[in-house]
Design a protein around this ligand. Sequence first.
Ligand SMILES: NC(=O)c1ccc[n+]([C@@H]2O[C@H](COP(=O)([O-])OP(=O)(O)OC[C@H]3O[C@@H](n4cnc5c(N)ncnc54)[C@H](O)[C@@H]3O)[C@@H](O)[C@H]2O)c1
Length: 254
Amino acid sequence: MAGILSGKKFLVMGVANKRSIAWGCAEQIKAQGGEVVYSYQNDRLEKSLLKLGLAEEEMVECDVASDESIDAAFDQVKEKFGQIDGLVHAVAFAPKNELVGSILNSSREGYLTAQNISSYSLIAVAKAAQEKELLAPKASIVTLTFIGSERAITNYNTIGIAKAALESSVRYLARDLGKTGSRVNAISAGAMKTLAVTGIAGNKDLLEQSRSLTVDGVSVSLEEVGNCCAFLLSDLSTGLTGDIIYVDKGVHLS
Ligand SMILES: NC(=O)c1ccc[n+]([C@@H]2O[C@H](COP(=O)([O-])OP(=O)(O)OC[C@H]3O[C@@H](n4cnc5c(N)ncnc54)[C@H](O)[C@@H]3O)[C@@H](O)[C@H]2O)c1
């Protein structure tokens, strides 16, 4: 099908199931005529992707905690697909005991894990993609963030701090990858019920609060986030880089 991403190929990182934001992004990339290759964290997640109907040939394993794993994954992507026109980084993690109560309960280890997986991993994948000349000219990188980066959201804690670092990384990466023609942006999505969110204590309240702060009382959908992602990956947004785009139906206005 012809669309704003026709003839383009993208790596989508972070599908766990059909509720994943990465899945919402992949669906809209395909709806706009783009081709998608998926990366999954480990064997367990590979099974989930197979359940979603994806074929082995469409996916590679990539644990973003490991440079070796990123290297091997990107070699495989290049071998199978040649250069790609961009990637979606929809990956985050913090140990469950970091996502409850006071930030004063945060441990050094938990904090560093959150930073490693949820923030440094964007730099790590951008770096590997550039070193391996995986990115085609005018490539676009999109990551996912949350308003907990700038507000002290209940129980969001170390992930919020990691998201602040992630958003800053977007700006530095935009500056440096811009020299070779690539763009980097983040979508700050409204709260949605995904596997990652169920790890946050009191996630029902978080979801309900986010819904109630939208301009029309209806939470943002996967499709709406995916559509913005497709736009950011397309040549319609070549003037945008280093930005954080709110796709939260106005939650950030309150
Ligand atoms: N759900 C929300 O309300 C919301 C809102 C704003 C931003 N986000 C962000 O969207 C992104 C996607 O999360 P989601 O909500 O779709 O949840 P999800 O659980 O569906 O996706 C998270 C993904 O991160 C992957 N991941 C974790 N550790 C990894 C590792 N070491 N290597 C490779 N992959 C790893 C998981 O396998 C999973 O696929 C995250 O960055 C999240 O913070 C979510």
